[in-house]
Write a protein that binds this ligand. Structure first.
Ligand SMILES: Nc1ncnc2c1ncn2[C@@H]1O[C@H](COP(=O)(O)OP(=O)(O)OP(=O)(O)O)[C@@H](O)[C@H]1O
Ligand SMILES: O=C(CO)[C@H](O)[C@H](O)COP(=O)(O)O
Length: 673
């Protein structure tokens, strides 16, 4: 009999090995309909009963990688220092210029006085010189210097006003209108013409003075109006605002540089910056800050050599949006030996890197760091070491053996972008080792027994996952690992599982009600009375209504579906593969459940299954299959555990990108990793 179990696909053969066949799309959402697919009380998901200005943004690059970010900021600062030196040099030449002008004015007036001019001219020229030279220092050179050193807008404003007065005086001197003593106290053009007709020598002195004042005027105006000057200053201002928004002190460039580049992790607060090019009709690019998002964000436009190009009247500027780096925090709960490490390896791989323990640190550290993620193990918050637990007669699962206050304080600190000194529980010795320094990453994962146990810690999580491994499967996995890899006897493994069971039920298992996604691993239903535990039935239980998380679905969102993909497009050997999808309730929450029972024969054919799943948050067609093939040797790659762990990894990447996009006030696209 041919029965097409997939109503949406032509030519899919029935799975000759499946127990009961596919059955097509479940009819209706009534009890009978769903129980058919394993979503009903007969086989509850578990579940606690009941139901349920003309700008165009062009993403240029993302600087939120912490190493890239530090490098970028360090390059930025050295560029800034160079530009600051440029501004200072220019201002120094201008001040030397006015000193020269006034000195020459003094000489020229003395020559004029000697050639029969009025002695009062000499006194006036002396006053100009004596006042002008110190005033230029006090009124604009020093304010500029101060503005650069203290980032004070007031100093900058004062400098600007005095600088305009300086330019005004230079113009007046270069013209020398015949107001006082026929203007001869200043060596401007009118006085030069006047004196030249009387005494050619004096006239020449005056003409030179006129040339000097004119040059000083022109250079001063050029410097002031120059885009470079303006934007350099804007940049000085912008970076100082950025630095102050990051609470970096002292507010000197040297101080900032130290903070950003010397890995002074305890004090420095990191920023996530997204750089975009923006085509702006404003010219030049303007500087502004946006102190939204809890006073922690600064956005400014700036032009530089790379970004300050003009395109048909519009200017391409850099827009740099920075927000204080508050890592996205993920919680992963599971009992020991339930696949947390395997899941973490899959997650890290989704972000394109491998994780390793902190370099040069404790070789028994439980922490894994990659470019994007830092995974800490909550075992490090055991307050009692192995002996301590023995003496007190408590297991590691008992809250009394764990320091939740410290866990909360430290997860909170990381979430605020601060580094922490986290303790280490040494699984080799059973002692608590000296702490290790943990820097805030992009994604901070807390994995272990209790990530959702303490309400304060739970509230810090942006997303939470629970790996729910049924007792039989857990037992099989534990035996496999602890006997083969850790040399434990079968009896000791059994005894350990039994001893932990009451505390597991009391303190670990209840956390699954808080999880945004649960991966539930059960024995297969495809083999009647299976007791081998090799073939698994795995459910991905996804909470509805979680911010930045759109549940994955099969075929048709919200419907109930049972699907046997085996046939022409997917090779299956006994006992075949069966998928199901449908809505349900889980601890009173609306959930969507995707289920896979069985295992893949050929991983490359997974693309066929992938193409029928939606909302996968992949970046390209086939990414799930690619990830699975990449890690074909990881435990669970041939079944739903690997598939759903990979999918959750992609969803976490998507969630991260959305959160960062929101925080930086830029399109989520900009935060893509
Ligand atoms: N999806 C899977 N399919 C089959 N076996 C698995 C799967 N995941 C894990 N295992 C088995 O369980 C063992 C423990 O996995 P893993 O080290 O990832 O768990 P863990 O939760 O990190 O353990 P622990 O907390 O004790 O360090 C693995 O060695 C493997 O034998
Ligand atoms: O449940 C556990 C989580 O990994 C461990 O058993 C607990 O951390 C104690 O470790 P150990 O047995 O090495 O003293």
């Amino acid at each position: 009999m041919h029965h097409d179990p997939n109503p949406f696909d032509e030519g899919t053969d029935e799975n000759p090995f499946s127990n009961g066949g596919g059955g097509g799309v479940g009819g209706g959402r009534g009890g009978g309909g769903r129980s058919q697919f394993g979503f009903r009380p007969a086989e509850p998901v578990g579940f606690g009963g009941g139901r349920g200005d003309a700008t165009v943004d062009i993403p240029l690059e993302n600087m939120s990688d912490s190493k890239g970010k530090a490098k970028e900021l360090s390059q930025w600062e050295s560029d800034l220092r160079r530009r600051e030196a440029d501004i200072k040099r220019r201002e120094e030449s201008l001040r030397s210029g006015i000193v020269l002008c006034l000195f020459w004015n003094f000489i020229a007036v003395i020559v004029c006085w000697i050639r029969g001019g009025d002695s009062k001219l000499f006194f006036l020229a002396t006053i100009y010189g004596m006042l002008g030279i110190p005033l230029s220092y006090l009124m604009w050179y020093r304010p500029l210097y101060r503005a650069m050193r203290t980032d004070s807008a007031f100093s900058f404003g004062w400098f600007f006003l005095c600088y305009l007065l300086h330019i005004g005086f230079c113009i007046l001197a270069a013209i020398a209108p015949p107001i006082v003593f026929r203007g001869k106290s200043l060596t401007g053009i009118l006085a030069a013409i006047d004196t030249f007709s009387d005494h050619a020598i004096v006239g020449i002195f005056y003409f030179v003075g006129f040339a000097l004042f004119t040059l000083e005027t022109l250079v001063s105006i050029w410097v002031l109006q120059s885009d470079i000057f303006y934007n350099q200053y804007a940049e000085v201002l912008g970076v100082s605002l950025l630095s102050s928004s990051l609470q970096v002190s002292p507010p000197r460039l040297e101080g900032r540089k130290r903070s950003f580049t010397e890995n002074n992790a305890q004090k420095a607060t990191m920023a996530i910056c997204s750089a975009h090019t923006i085509t702006s009709l404003h010219s030049p690019c303007t500087t502004f800050t946006n102190t939204g998002f809890g006073q922690k964000q600064v956005i400014f436009f700036t032009s530089n050599r790379k970004g300050g190009r003009r395109h048909g009247g519009a200017r391409t500027c850099f827009q740099v949006s920075c927000s204080v780096d508050k890592p996205v925090v993920i919680g992963l709960a599971a009992d020991s030996g339930c696949g947390k490490s395997t899941f973490m390896r899959r997650l890290t791989s989704v972000f394109g890197g491998a994780a390793s323990p902190p370099k040069g640190g404790n070789p028994d550290s439980n922490t894994l760091i990659s470019d994007t993620t830092t995974v800490i193990c909550l075992d490090d918050y055991h307050s009692l070491d192995r002996n301590g637990r023995k003496e007190e007669g408590v297991t590691a699962l008992d809250p009394r053996a764990n320091n939740f206050d410290l866990m909360y304080e430290q997860v909170k600190a990381i979430k605020e972008g601060k580094a922490i000194e986290k303790p280490i529980y040494n699984h080799v010795t059973g002692f608590l080792d000296p702490p290790e320094l943990i820097q805030p990453p992009k994604i901070f994962v807390i994995e272990g027994l209790h990530p959702m146990f303490d309400e304060r810690v739970r509230d810090l999580l942006d997303f939470s996952i629970y790996l729910d491994i049924s007792d039989d499967v857990k037992f099989a996995w534990k035996i496999q690992r602890d006997m083969a890899e850790r040399g434990h006897s079968l009896e000791s493994i059994k005894a350990s599982i039994e001893a932990r069971k009451p505390d597991f039920d009391a303190f670990i298992d209840p956390q699954k009600q808080y999880a945004d996604a649960v991966i539930e691993v059960l024995p297969t239903q495809l083999i009647p009375d299976d007791n081998e535990g090799k073939v698994l039935r795995v459910k991905l239980i996804q909470k509805e209504g979680v911010k930045n998380f759109d549940p994955v679905y099969l075929f048709d969102e919200g419907s109930s579906i049972s699907w046997v993909p085996c046939g022409r497009k997917l090779t299956c050997s006994y006992p075949g593969i069966k998928f199901a999808y449908g809505p349900d309730t889980y601890y009173g929450h609306e959930v969507s459940v995707v289920e896979m029972d069985g295992q893949f024969d050929r991983l490359d054919e997974l693309i066929y299954v992938e193409s029928h799943l939606s909302n996968l948050s992949t970046k390209f067609y086939g990414e799930v299959t690619q990830q699975m093939l990449k890690h074909a040797d990881f435990p669970g790659s041939n079944n739903g555990t690997g598939l759903f762990q990979t999918i959750i990894g992609l969803k976490i990447r998507d969630l991260y990108e959305q959160i960062i996009g929101e925080r930086a006030g830029t399109p989520a696209e900009a935060a893509k990793v």
